[in-house]
Design a protein around this ligand. Structure first.
Ligand SMILES: O=C(O)CCC(=O)C(=O)O
Length: 232
């Protein structure tokens, strides 16, 4: 058990992502889908935000086995969920994302502090870009609610790109041109754990249908100067 946990953490630390095969039961996936579809307002949007607030089932899931245990293994005791987003690709919203790192965190209010910024507002929640050492104390779990095969626009990663902090556009280009990306298909019930700083992107789906991924971010870092984590 301890050896398996060490291996998981070693892969995440080396590559910036790791696939966990099928830790979520079919019953939990079905319940999540039902709860998410009940709060969904538009089939044309690429996803839904603020799900820790908007969907009780997501909040309960984020705080229970297996998700909470995995986050605790990867971040240590004190890990807590801070943001949950549903990403879906459908014929009506068949989007792609270019190579990027996830650089902003949700907080309760703006308190100007050296090293923190820019500040922004996303769907009514204050966000800020913290220093890299805060993002290094975070992990995102991508819970696959549908099979996501090569034709469904799976996420791609550039392995090891999380090891050099927040990258500028020149550094991102350097990674893109000098390193092969790794596409990460997954099945319903699988979880991909990723560091926010690993470069990731995804293409449009070639096969129409749902590609629902519940993305839950966990943190285990104190913020300075009275800045407080929000739950979004
Ligand atoms: O689900 C995807 O394809 C990528 C989503 C994304 O850009 C992100 O997690 O920041």
């Amino acid at each position: 058990m301890k050896a398996a946990q060490d291996n998981l953490l070693a892969s995440l630390d080396r590559d910036g992502f790791v696939l966990l095969g099928n830790p979520v039961s079919d019953a939990d996936i079905s319940e999540l889908i039902d709860a998410l579809e009940a709060v969904r307002q538009s089939a044309c949007a690429p996803g839904m935000r603020n799900l820790l607030n908007r969907c009780d089932r997501v909040r309960i899931f984020a705080l229970s086995q297996p998700a909470y245990d995995i986050a605790s293994v990867l971040l240590g005791p004190g890990a807590h969920p801070v943001r949950a987003i549903l990403f879906d690709k459908t014929p009506a919203a068949n989007w792609y994302v270019t190579w990027h790192q996830d650089l902003s965190i949700p907080v309760k209010r703006q308190i100007d502090t050296p090293g923190y910024g820019p500040w922004s507002m996303k769907h009514g929640v204050v966000h800020v870009q913290p220093p890299a050492n805060i993002l290094e104390r975070m992990v995102s779990l991508r819970i696959h609610l549908d099979d996501c095969q090569p034709g469904n626009g799976p996420i791609k990663f550039i392995s090891g790109s999380h090891l050099n902090g927040c990258l500028d556009p020149g550094e991102i280009t350097m990674y893109k041109t000098s390193q092969e990306s790794i596409s990460c298909p997954a099945n319903r019930g699988d979880i991909i754990a990723m560091r926010p700083l690993v470069l990731h992107s995804s293409s449009q789906a070639q096969i129409p249908g749902h590609r629902r991924v519940l993305h839950i971010e966990y943190a285990n870092a104190e913020l300075p100067s009275g800045i407080e984590w929000a739950e979004a």
